[in-house]
Design a protein around this ligand. Structure first.
Ligand code: PLP
Length: 372
C-alpha cells in the first residue's frame, strides 16, 4: 500500500459497539475484568495501556516502515525515554545543532544518569567516525536539523554506527515519513515530536518512538513508560491520530510552498543566506536529494544587516504569526535566538519560518514587505 493510503487506513477500525466510523475517545482510567479477574479487553489501567494510545501506535509504525511504536506525552518525553533506557557508562553522540531541548537535557541530566555525551558536526562523516568511542551506544541523528536545516547522510552514519555496535536514532520531526524513511536506510529508531506535523494544527502535544524491530529495547521502554509515567492523554492521542490522516496532503502543499518561499528569499538583497535543502546552493542538497522525496516546509535565513534587522523584519510580519513551534496550518516566523533563550548558539541574524497552508504568493508578499 502506498503512503497516502496507509495514512488514511493504518490502525483504522469501525467501532464494534456503535458502528462509528470516526474513532471514539476512551477517557476511562480503569478497565473491567471478568468473573475470573481476566481483563475484558487486555487493558487494565490507563498508564499501562489504553485504547486510544494503542490505536495511535498501530497507525504510526507502518507509516515509518517500523515494527512497533510507543507514544509519549511530548517529543521531549519520547527522546528522554530512549536516553534513560541506556545503561550507566554509555556514551552518546548528538549533532552539534541538535534540537536545543535535547542539548540542554543532555548537559543538565545525562551526567546524573552516568551517561556521557558529545556534540559533533555529523554533516562531516569523518568527524563523526573520529568521535565514536568503544562505549558509544547511541548515535542521535537529526536531519534536516533545527534551525539551520543541516543535512546528515543517514546511510553513511548508520554504517559507522553498525561498525561500532551502536544504535542509531533519527529525529524525523522536520521531514516526516512523507519525505524521509530512516528505517529503510538502516536506522534502528525514529523519533517524532507529533506536536508538529503529525498533529498539524498547533493544538496538541505528543511524541513517538518508532522501532525497526519489536525487540527487547521496545519492551523495556514500554515498561519504563508504564512505571515512569510519560503517558499522553487519550484525547491527545486521538488528536494526533486525526492529524496523521491528512499528513500526506498537508506535507505536499507545504513543501511546494516552502520551495517557492526559499527561492523568493534568495533574490532579496536584504537576505544574506537562505538555509533550505531544496536549494542547489545548500551544502547538503545532493545528500537530501538522495535520501528525501521532498525537502520539507521548514527553512531559515539570515538578515544581511544583522540582529537588529532580523528583529525588525520579524516585527513587521503581518500574515506570518510571530511564534515558536512548527508544522501547523498557519505559517510562523521567529527570531530563533530569542526563542531559544540565553543558552542559544543560533546566529543572531537568523529568522526561522514554518510554512503553512496559505497561498505562497501571499507569504512571499508578506516577507518582501517585512524585509524591505
Ligand atoms: C519540537 C521538537 C522536539 C520536541 O518536541 P516537544 O513535543 O516540543 O516536546 C524535538 N525535536 C524537534 C526537531 C522538534 O522540532
Amino acid at each position: 500500500m502506498r503512503f497516502e493510503t496507509l495514512a488514511v487506513h493504518a490502525g483504522h477500525r469501525i467501532d464494534p459497539s456503535t458502528g462509528a466510523v470516526a474513532p471514539p475517545i476512551h477517557l476511562s482510567t480503569t478497565f473491567a475484568r471478568d468473573e475470573e479477574s481476566v481483563p475484558l479487553s487486555g487493558h487494565t489501567y490507563i498508564r499501562e495501556s489504553n485504547p486510544n494510545q494503542e490505536q495511535l501506535e498501530e497507525a504510526l509504525f507502518p507509516l515509518e516502515g517500523g515494527a512497533a511504536a510507543l507514544v509519549f506525552a511530548s517529543g521531549m518525553a519520547a527522546g528522554i525515554a530512549l536516553l534513560q533506557s541506556l545503561p550507566p557508562g554509555s556514551h552518546v553522540l548528538l549533532p552539534h545543532d541538535v534540537y536545543y531541548g535535547f542539548r540542554e537535557a543532555a548537559e543538565q541530566f545525562l551526567p546524573n544518569w552516568g551517561i556521557r555525551s558529545d556534540l559533533v558536526d555529523m554533516a562531516d562523516l569523518a568527524a563523526l567516525a573520529a568521535a565514536i568511542r568503544p562505549e558509544t551506544r547511541l548515535l542521535w541523528l537529526e536531519t534536516p536539523s533545527n534551525p539551520l536545516l543541516g543535512v546528515v547522510d543517514l546511510a553513511g552514519a548508520v554504517a559507522l554506527a553498525r561498525a561500532a555496535g551502536a544504535l542509531t536514532m533519527v529525529d524525523n520531526t522536520f521531514a516526516t515519513p512523507v519525505l524521509q524513511r530512516p528505517i529503510a536506510l538502516g536506522a534502528d529508531i525514529v523519533l517524532h515530536s507529533t506536536t508538529k506535523y503529525f498533529g498539524g494544527h498547533s493544538d496538541v502535544q505528543g511524541g513517538a518512538l518508532i522501532f525497526a524491530r519489536a525487540d527487547e529495547l521496545w519492551e523495556r521502554i514500554a515498561h519504563q513508560r508504564h512505571l515512569l509515567g510519560a503517558v499522553a492523554s487519550p484525547f491527545n492521542d486521538w488528536l494526533v491520530l486525526r492529524g496523521l490522516r491528512t499528513l500526506a496532503c498537508r506535507m505536499a502543499v507545504q513543501t511546494a510552498s516552502a520551495l517557492a518561499v526559499a527561492q523568493a528569499l534568495e533574490k532579496l538583497p536584504t537576505v544574506s543566506a537562505v538555509h533550505y535543502p531544496g536549494l542547489p546552493s545548500h551544502p547538503g542538497h545532493e545528500v537530501a536529494r538522495r535520501q528525501m522525496s521532498g525537502f520539507g516546509a521548514m527553512l531559515s535565513f539570515r538578515a544581511a544587516a544583522g540582529r537588529e534587522a532580523a528583529l525588525r523584519a520579524v516585527g513587521r510580519a503581518r500574515l506570518f504569526t510571530r511564534a515558536t513551534s512548527l508544522g501547523g496550518v498557519e505559517s510562523l516566523i521567529e527570531h530563533r535566538a530569542s526563542s531559544e533563550g540565553p543558552g542559544s548558539r543560533t546566529p543572531q541574524e537568523l529568522i526561522r519560518l514554518s510554512i503553512g497552508l496559505e497561498h505562497p504568493d501571499d507569504l512571499i508578499a508578506d516577507l518582501e514587505q517585512a524585509l524591505r
